[in-house]
Design a protein around this ligand. Structure first.
Ligand code: ZN
Length: 432
């Protein structure tokens, strides 16, 4: 039987080349379910049982279904994921020309596996700030959605040791080729001109931009029975899509259900809109104030009754690199979501959090696995420990296993996405 949600996930990933687009695609899904947008600058009026969402700075999003009881008496049940992914950020102001080759300089966003970005068609996407006809700055999303660049490798004849591993310096080797020109005379910025053409504005009306090169090839489902996914940004758009799908499918409750998409996890979460910001706390405080009796300790009472699931990709067992894993804590693709734990709280999971997620998986009839890094290696981290520390809320870190995490294209099990959605839906159906 084909995986139920795999195609929808591929469409979501392809519509989300950047965190800005992931938030945009998520808002479209929320609106289709009747959710109402809230502006942080307005005073809010909330109706118990209704769906709402708030976007901060175009790239982080919090959606919630207001509970029928005050949060101080019922708590928040939350699931969160990060919407950003490693990419090559374009230094859009600048173009480098040599012997007719025009190249666009880049810098790394997060920790991409450099070699995977070579010799493949790349597109460009992100946010552009344009001066409108009244002279005001206006943010516009840009998604070229077509191949516009390639980073060509060096021929093997110049480096016979190439297959022993190559370093690709970001400042030189990873500069995408974007055009061929008749002369080397300076001709302005390629990225600026391309963005202006796409948006139908004059280059001089573009005031600033946050643009990245991204894989241009669409996501796909593959395998004998469609059991695998090959896609860019599975870490962590799989998590975003699972959280949103489960949130939208959940039945209303007396507690308030919350779905969170954070930008900037790949660079440590410290930003105006990342997990290490006041965004989530701000919104929870406002919900608590609007749905409660307005007592000063309402928010603390609400948080003390709350629970959070932090969803982010897990490192799946890799048949070619078995020695990198502790076999007893190495989740396999299509074996179900993995609960991630670490003695040094690189993941937020504690025993009670693990027990809650494990019993939700059981109730939902989905398999569940464990991930722990080899005892002599340190894992990465997630939004889990950060949100947990910011809010003082018990949190469990979980994720679907994947291969080649941070490669330009990653591989995951198509059925695991269905399992994750079922487990999260069960979590949303339980009080904290
Ligand atoms: Zn991640």
């Amino acid at each position: 039987m084909p995986a139920k949600h795999a195609r929808a996930l591929c469409d979501y990933i392809d519509a989300s080349p950047s965190a800005f687009h992931a938030v945009d695609a998520s808002v479209a899904l929320l609106k289709a379910h009747g959710a109402q947008g809230l502006d942080e600058r307005d005073a809010w009026k909330l109706e118990p049982g209704s769906l709402y969402y708030v976007v901060r700075d175009d790239a982080s999003l919090i959606a919630f279904r207001a509970g029928t009881k005050a949060p101080a008496d019922s708590g928040f049940v939350m699931a969160g994921a990060h919407a950003d992914a490693p990419a090559l950020r374009v230094r859009w102001e600048k173009t480098v020309v040599a012997r007719g080759f025009e190249r666009a300089p880049v810098e790394a966003y997060g920790g991409p596996i450099h070699s995977t970005w070579l010799d493949r068609p790349l597109s460009m996407a992100g946010r552009v700030v344009v001066r409108d006809s009244s002279g005001r700055a206006q943010a516009r999303l840009l998604n070229l959605a077509e191949p516009v660049a390639v980073i060509p490798n060096l021929a093997i004849h110049f480096n016979r040791d190439m297959n022993k591993g190559v370093e690709y310096p970001m400042q030189s080797a990873l500069m995408p080729l974007v055009a061929s020109r008749a002369s080397d005379a300076p001709a302005g910025s390629w990225a600026l001109a391309r963005a202006a053409r796409e948006l139908g504005v004059k280059p001089e009306d573009i005031l600033a931009a946050e643009l990245s090169f991204v894989d241009a090839a669409p996501s796909c489902v593959w395998g004998n029975d469609g059991e695998f996914l090959s896609a860019p940004r599975i870490d962590n758009l799989e998590g975003c899509h699972a959280v949103l799908t489960a949130f939208l499918a959940a039945d209303p409750a007396d507690y308030t259900q919350v779905a969170v998409l954070f930008d900037n996890e790949e660079i440590g979460s410290t930003s105006q809109r990342g997990a290490d910001s006041v965004f989530l706390r701000d919104i929870l405080e406002r919900i608590s104030a609007r749905l409660g009796a307005g007592q000063p300790e309402d928010i603390q009472r609400a948080l003390a009754r709350s629970f959070m699931v932090s969803v982010d990709g897990a490192q799946g067992w890799h048949p070619s690199y078995a020695d990198r894993f502790d076999e007893d804590y190495a989740p396999v693709l299509n074996g179900g979501p993995a609960i991630k734990a670490n003695a040094n709280i690189r993941y937020a999971t504690d025993a009670l959090g693990e027990a809650a997620f494990r019993s939700a998986c059981q109730a939902a009839g989905v398999p569940c696995q464990r991930f722990r890094m080899r005892a002599d290696l340190m894992p990465g981290s997630t939004i889990g420990p950060i949100s947990s520390a910011q809010l003082g809320v018990r949190t469990v870190d979980v994720g679907v296993p994947m291969l080649a995490m941070h490669s330009v294209r990653e591989t995951a099990g198509a059925y695991d996405h269905d399992h994750m959605i079922a487990a999260l839906r069960e979590m949303y159906g339980r009080g904290a």
